[in-house]
Design a protein around this ligand. Structure first.
Ligand SMILES: Nc1ncnc2c1ncn2[C@@H]1O[C@H](COP(=O)(O)OP(=O)(O)OP(=O)(O)O)[C@@H](O)[C@H]1O
Length: 247
């Protein structure tokens, strides 16, 4: 096997005296899809922010293709290859229009204007939101903003895509589109979520963040009653599979 794309080596991190990571280890291979599951507040977002250098680890090492990242300039280099889509899209989007927002990163990387525009439009098309390319970003719905934020990172074709709760606020159609896009990505993916259904739908290695450790986990499916909303009739009940996770 070739050397890993990303290695977290005995990573330790605390917030306000609360130990979120305790000597946590993780390896991600080139092109590998990985989901980190965990309850609210266990430190999933913090883990992603540590990887891109937005937080500083108390101890341990982050290595991208063997290169240890310690100083700010190491993480600046890392962020050219590792793209983070934040949990809150408002932390990511700041340009007047959707197209401006998606083109911002590519232009910043020095791409020619025509190339940045063509690739940005192609990415909006791939995510099913081309129709909103000229809309004012801050007036979009939460779900639309999520897809635009994803497009603005994905357009730069990072080697590793980091996603924080990507299905929050998405309707079924957008959710299916997202899963299909993620499943077909050639790049590596590290997604954090507490959405067990998403984990079940993605073909990915599953890790649980628990007690500060990153542990292999499996998803169990079992049957239960699930409510659907239908027009022209009242709610109907049907059997559906449901996923639960165990370490
Ligand atoms: N800016 C901050 N200052 C102090 N503590 C913080 C800050 N941001 C987060 N925390 C704390 O760090 C812990 C982990 O937060 P984090 O957002 O990483 O968890 P999470 O697993 O992503 O949660 P969720 O699933 O609810 O998004 C929480 O206890 C949170 O209160």
């Amino acid at each position: 096997m070739s050397s890993p794309l990303l290695v977290l080596d005995k990573l330790t991190f605390s917030r306000d005296g609360n130990a979120l990571l305790k000597d946590a280890d993780l390896e991600i291979q080139q092109g590998e899809k990985l989901v980190v599951w965990g309850d609210n507040g266990v430190g999933k977002s913090s883990l992603l922010k540590l990887i891109v250098g937005l937080h500083n680890a108390d101890a341990g090492d982050i290595r991208l293709t063997g290169k240890s990242c310690k100083a700010a300039h190491d993480f600046r280099e890392l962020r050219k290859r590792v793209g983070l889509v934040f949990q809150d899209s408002d932390d990511q989007l700041f340009c007047p229009t959707v197209l401006d927002d998606v083109m911002f990163g590519p232009l910043n990387l020095g791409w020619r204007h025509e190339t940045a525009k063509a690739k940005s439009l192609a990415m909006l098309t791939r995510l099913g939101v081309l129709a909103i390319a000229n809309r004012v970003t801050f007036k979009l719905s939460g779900g639309q903003k999520r897809l635009v934020a994803l497009a603005s990172v994905l357009v730069m074709e990072p080697d590793l895509l980091l996603l924080d709760e990507p299905t929050n606020g998405l309707d079924q159609k957008a959710r299916h589109r997202l899963i299909e896009v993620l499943q077909n990505l050639p790049q590596a993916l590290l997604l954090v979520t507490h959405d067990t259904q998403l984990i079940q739908q993605l073909d990915a290695r599953v890790i649980a963040l628990e007690d500060g450790q990153l542990k292999p986990a499996v998803v169990h499916a079992h049957q239960h009653v699930h409510l659907h909303v239908h027009t022209q009739s009242q709610g109907a009940e049907s059997d559906h599979s449901h996923a639960e996770l165990s370490g």
